[in-house]
Design a protein around this ligand. Structure first.
Ligand code: GAL
Length: 399
C-alpha cells in the first residue's frame, strides 16, 4: 500500500503539468442524453438577438422594430438568426385590473401583439422575458410565480415565440418546481413557445432541465471582458455531455461587437460558442455594427458548426498551460477543432489526432473556417501558430 500513493501523486502531477489530454472528442457522442422537452423546438441551438447585453433596461418598441429591420437588411436573418428577444423591463410595474401582465405604456405604447405582428411580418420570431419569482431582476416588472398559466396564455395570445425565464426573487422555492410549472403552462398555452431557462446554473440544470426547457443557463451573467468570457467558457464546459437536440447548455449571450474585447478576442468568443453548441444570441446593436463585428457574426462556416445536425457539444480536449484544443464531432464523420491561445504571446498549438478521436494514421483535410483555406492531407496532428488571445478553427474531414 505504502508505494501506491506516491505513484498516484506522480500521475496526477503529470496530468496537471503536461499537455494533458482531457477527453477524446468522440466519447461525448456516446454519452446518453437526457430526454428533450416535447415541443419539437431547438433541434439546433437557437439563433437571434437579445436586448440585455447592450441596452439593459433602456429599451422601447422603436428599438425592437429597428433591430428586426436590421436583422433582415444586413443579411443576418438569412444566415439563421431568427429570434428578436426583448429582455427585462418591457412591462408595466403592476399587473392590470384583471391580473394580467401589461406592456409598459410609455416605452411600448403599441403593445406586444403589434410588435409580434411587425416581427412576424419580417419573417422573424418574437421572444419575451419573464421571471420565476415575485418580481424580475430589475424589480421593475412583476414575476410569474403563481401566475404561470395566466402568463403563458397571455404570451401565447400575444403571438410570442420564445420565453427567457429568470430566477430573481424566487422565495426560496426549488428551481425544478418553479421551472417545471412554467414549462407545463407553456405546453398548455395553445402556442409552441421556445423555453429558455435562466437559473444561472445554480442548481445544476444540465442534470434535470432536459425535459423542462430547450436551453438552460449554466453560469452567471457574462461581462464584455476577456476574463469573464474565458471563465464562462470553462464553467460551461463541464456540462457538455448533457446537451443535445432539443436542449442546450447556455453560457449566456454574445458580447461580440459591444466594445470591451479586441476583434481577435471576439473571434475566439464566437468560435468557442459555436463549437460548444451554445445559443448564438447576438448582444450588440446590430443597427450600427462595425465591419469586423458583421464579419464575425456572419461567418457561415462557423455558424454551420453550431447548427450541425448531430448536435454534440464540443469541449476542451487538450490543455498545455494557456494553449488549448477544443473539439467535437460533426455529422458525416467530420470533426470541428478550435486551437485557442489564451496566453499573452504568440504560440504554437498542436492538436493530436488521438485527442480529437481519430487514429494516428488517418489522413484528413483541414478547412480553415476563418480564412477559408484548406490544408490538405494532414496526418496524426495539426500544428499551427496562433496569436495571443486568438484562435484558429477547422473542420477536419478524414479521407
Ligand atoms: C439576469 C440575467 C440576465 C438579464 C438580467 C435582467 O438575471 O441573467 O441575462 O436577463 O437578469 O435583469
Amino acid at each position: 500500500m505504502a508505494g501506491k500513493a506516491p505513484l498516484c501523486a506522480f500521475f496526477l502531477l503529470l496530468l496537471s503539468t503536461s499537455a494533458a489530454a482531457i477527453r477524446p472528442a468522440r466519447s461525448v457522442a456516446a454519452t446518453a442524453r437526457r430526454a428533450a422537452l416535447e415541443n419539437g423546438l431547438g433541434r439546433t441551438p437557437q439563433m437571434g438577438w437579445n436586448s440585455w447585453n447592450h441596452f439593459h433596461c433602456k429599451i422601447n418598441e422603436e428599438i425592437i422594430r429597428e433591430i428586426a429591420d436590421a436583422m433582415v437588411d444586413n443579411g443576418l436573418a438569412k444566415l439563421g438568426y431568427e429570434y428578436i428577444n426583448i429582455d427585462d423591463c418591457w412591462a408595466a410595474y403592476d399587473r392590470d385590473s384583471q391580473g394580467n401582465l401589461a406592456a409598459n405604456a410609455s416605452t411600448f405604447p403599441s403593445g406586444i401583439p403589434a410588435l409580434a405582428n411587425y416581427v412576424h411580418g419580417k419573417g422573424l420570431k418574437l421572444g419575451i422575458y419573464g421571471d420565476a419569482g415575485s418580481r424580475t431582476c430589475s424589480k421593475l416588472m412583476p414575476g410569474s410565480l403563481g401566475y404561470e398559466d395566466k402568463d403563458a396564455k397571455t404570451f401565447a395570445s400575444w403571438g410570442v415565440d420564445y420565453l427567457k425565464y429568470d430566477n430573481c426573487n424566487n422565495q426560496g422555492i426549488s428551481p425544478q418546481l418553479r421551472y417545471n410549472t412554467m414549462s407545463k403552462a407553456l405546453l398548455n398555452s395553445g402556442r409552441n413557445i421556445f423555453f429558455s431557462l435562466c437559473e444561472w446554473g445554480v442548481d445544476d440544470p444540465g442534470t434535470w432541465a432536459g425535459g423542462v426547457g430547450n436551453s438552460w443557463r449554466t453560469t452567471g451573467d457574462i461581462k464584455d471582458t476577456w476574463a469573464s468570457m474565458t471563465a464562462i467558457a470553462d464553467k460551461n464546459d463541464k456540462w457538455a455531455s448533457y446537451a443535445g437536440p432539443g436542449g442546450w447548455n447556455d453560457p449566456d449571450m454574445l458580447e461580440v461587437g459591444n466594445g470591451g474585447m479586441t476583434t481577435e478576442e471576439y473571434r475566439s468568443h464566437f468560435s468557442i460558442w459555436a463549437l460548444v453548441k451554445a445559443p448564438l444570441l447576438i448582444g450588440c446593436d446590430i443597427r450600427s455594427m462595425s465591419k469586423e463585428t458583421k464579419e464575425i457574426l456572419s461567418n457561415e462556416n462557423v455558424i454551420a458548426v453550431n447548427q450541425d445536425e448531430l448536435g454534440v457539444q464540443g469541449h476542451k480536449v487538450q490543455q498545455d498551460g494557456d494553449q488549448e484544443v477544443w473539439a467535437g464531432p460533426l455529422s458525416g464523420g467530420k470533426i470541428a477543432i478550435v486551437l485557442w491561445n489564451r496566453g499573452s504571446t504568440k504560440a504554437s498549438i498542436t492538436a493530436s489526432w488521438s485527442s480529437i478521436g481519430l487514429n494516428a494514421s488517418t489522413v484528413a483535410d483541414a478547412h480553415d473556417l476563418w480564412t477559408d483555406g484548406v490544408i490538405s492531407s494532414v496526418q496524426g496532428e495539426l500544428n499551427e501558430t496562433v496569436d495571443s488571445h486568438a484562435c484558429k478553427m477547422y473542420v477536419v474531414t478524414p479521407k
